[in-house]
Ligand binder design. Structure first.
Ligand code: ADP
Ligand code: ASP
Ligand code: MG
Length: 605
């Protein structure tokens, strides 16, 4: 007999008939001899409706009252599902987050789970009842009983957290698609179902726009080794397994507040090539990285961002032994990269740094915690280390620095995060991921981002730290941070531009905060562009395989799609393009990596 946590999303409990169908499935699972805890979301689009109501009354409703309001949606569905089960003579009881004892932080509308009391659930299970728990909600403490919610889409997180706390045998997420697909089937109808995906890949996809799973649910599954499956609530197919490495034992106390950083990693065998002032037109990145791929050279970090005069800087790192050939490619291409719009800019300039080190902090606990990256930058600044390139992923922040600073940087980071350091070790992904994993597992589109650019930021250690601390202090997570590679002298001070993306909802707050701070920071203008789309591909199989980025850029070039920003980490490549080109860009990369199948998906309404 197994203990299973099943979670049913909004569409799966959207009507009375669907609730009855869920009750049938639950009863069937019990009849197979299993104990069951069922987590449900609010019916259909109930939560959206409640949000709309709130905004009809107030432009800035208080977060506490929003939690009070939104948590009602789930309370409706738990009661109805329990009734439906009782109608089938299946003993069942519904419980709210407070009744279970799902204790969270006091942060309204985005609370993290601290602990879950399991006694009451266990008691009902022992009495042969199915326990139906309201997803998405908790209480801030057992004395105040303040209702909190976990953030939109948070019922997945409730389910996986319950599975971890109860040490359940499996957590099954039932939804309106057959499992995790290579892209959102609503945008890419020929997306294919995958039978499995690693939790690292899913973490990236979930945070890059694939809302089929809440990223924090994946984080908990990864940290506690929860067996996690996503499948359709309409059919009996096996769905997709999210596979996690065997985790270190962790206490269940502070469930979502685990130590943010597990390791400091470094790689001293890196060199950097930058092309400055390349024209901002489709096909440039494709040409450069296409030539590099022809030489079979593996590129590690790539960053690109548009800067003054509407020209781009592209920078990338390679191993020191590849530098010579990569440099030759860049030098050969530079003359062809003339800026026709403004001939005074001349051809692109190649800049080489031979001795670069990459230092990284890694750990699933940093997800959704903007303060961790800020802490890394501040630590490097305090050690007087200048950061040349930054690459962020959900579970890692990497900085390219001068190799001469590497030992100092590592010592400072290890002390700050209380961990030991180790050389970057790609084998840790395992032979399996290298041999069997597809180069690209899936692709995602995020239309909810905005880009901010800050001009003329003084080029000295500590600037990234200051910016990040400022935004982290306001709870704003920053993504894709890119500093220009070229410098400009302003009043005798060397400056660079910095561009980054944030969630659209945070764009105004970020701009205001930066504008207020700009006299003190010594920088000038702060601009915002909301009409952007971020398109990403993810796959552990891309590690150590040349040509992946080139293929993505080529797919865009063929469609005449201009790339505004590029940022990569070990297992993902993200590009910012114009908003109106987002869907076409996603479809193009999905096809380019051979992810499309012959079947077309019909997503239920
Ligand atoms: P639920 O209410 O069951 O939690 P969600 O709407 O939150 O459902 O998540 C399911 C939806 O996620 C699907 O209908 C699909 O449109 C979307 N989605 C986005 N990316 C993917 C992907 N890679 N695979 C499957 N579904 C995806
Ligand atoms: N009902 C909540 C939402 O719509 C939580 C969830 O469905 O996961 O965001
Ligand atoms: Mg969901």
């Amino acid at each position: 007999m197994a203990l299973i946590v099943q979670k049913y999303g909004g569409t799966s409990v959207g009507t009375v008939e669907r609730i009855q169908a869920v009750a049938q499935r639950v009863k069937k699972t019990v009849a197979e001899g299993h104990s069951l805890v069922v987590v449900v979301s609010a019916m259909g689009k109930t939560t959206d409706g409640l949000v709309k109501l709130a905004h009809e009354i107030s432009t800035h409703p208080s977060r506490r009252e929003m939690d009070m309001l939104l948590s009602t949606g789930e309370q409706v569905s738990i009661a109805l599902l329990s009734m439906a089960l009782q109608e089938l003579d299946q003993p069942a009881i519904s419980l709210t987050g407070a009744q279970v004892g799902i204790v969270t932080e006091a942060h309204h509308t985005r609370a993290r789970i601290l602990s879950i009391e399991t006694e009451r659930i266990q008691r009902h299970l022992q009495q042969g009842e199915v326990v139906v728990v309201a997803g998405f909600q908790g209480i801030s403490s057992t004395t105040d009983l303040e209702i909190t919610t976990l953030g939109r889409g948070g019922s997945d997180t409730s389910a996986v957290a319950l599975a971890a706390a109860l040490q359940a045998d499996a957590c099954e997420i039932y939804t309106d698609v057959p499992g995790i697909l290579t892209a959102d089937p609503r945008i890419v109808p020929d997306a294919q179902l995958m039978s499995e995906i690693t939790s690292d890949e899913m973490l990236e996809l979930a945070s890059l726009g694939a809302k089929v799973l809440h990223p924090r649910a994946v984080e908990i599954a990864r940290n506690y080794g929860v067996t996690l499956v996503v499948r359709s609530s309409w059919e009996d197919a096996p769905g997709t397994r999210v596979v996690s490495p065997i985790p270190q034992a962790r206490p269940l106390e502070g469930l979502e507040l685990v130590h943010p950083v597990d390791a400091v990693e470094f790689d001293t065998d890196q060199a950097k090539i930058a092309l400055l002032r390349v024209p901002d037109r489709p096909g440039v990145a494709a040409r450069l990285f296409g030539e590099i791929a022809l030489q079979n050279l593996d590129v590690d970090l790539i960053i690109q961002s548009i800067h003054e005069g509407n020209t781009n800087d592209i920078a990338f790192t390679v191993t020191q032994s590849s530098l010579h050939r990569a440099e030759a490619v860049a030098a050969a291409i530079a003359p062809a990269l003339r800026n026709h719009a403004d001939p005074t800019l001349g051809e692109a300039e190649v800049m080489v740094e031979r001795q670069i080190a990459k230092v990284s902090i890694a750990g699933a606990g940093m997800i959704g915690r903007p303060g961790v990256a800020a802490q890394m930058f501040a630590t490097l600044a305090a050690a007087d280390v200048n950061i040349q390139m930054i690459s962020t992923s959900e579970v890692k922040v990497s900085c390219a620095i001068d190799a001469a600073d590497c030992d100092r940087a590592i010592a400072a980071l290890c002390k700050e995060f209380e961990v030991t350091s180790s050389p970057a070790n790609l084998e840790k992904w395992g032979d399996r991921s290298q041999e069997m994993a597809p180069i690209v597992r899936g692709a995602a589109l995020d239309l909810n981002q905005a880009r901010l650019a800050i001009r003329h930021v003084p080029d000295r250690p500590g600037m990234a730290a200051q910016l990040f601390r400022l935004l982290a202090g306001k709870g704003i997570s920053v993504d894709m941070i890119i500093q220009s590679q070229r410098c400009r002298l302003i009043n005798g001070v060397t400056t660079r531009d910095i561009a980054f993306t944030v969630a659209q909802a945070d764009a105004d707050a970020a701009q205001t905060a930066l504008k207020e701070a700009s006299p003190e920071l010594g920088c000038s203008e702060v601009t915002v562009d909301r009409a952007i789309a971020k398109v990403s591909v993810v796959g552990t199989g891309m590690i150590g395989r040349p040509g992946v980025a080139a293929k993505m850029f080529e797919a865009f070039a063929q469609q005449q799609i201009n790339i505004q920003m590029i940022a990569t980490s070990e297992i993902k490549i993200s590009c910012v393009v114009a908003e109106e080109e987002g869907v076409r860009a996603l479809q193009a990369v999905h096809a380019a990596f051979g992810l499309a199948g012959t079947e077309q998906f019909q997503v239920p309404a």
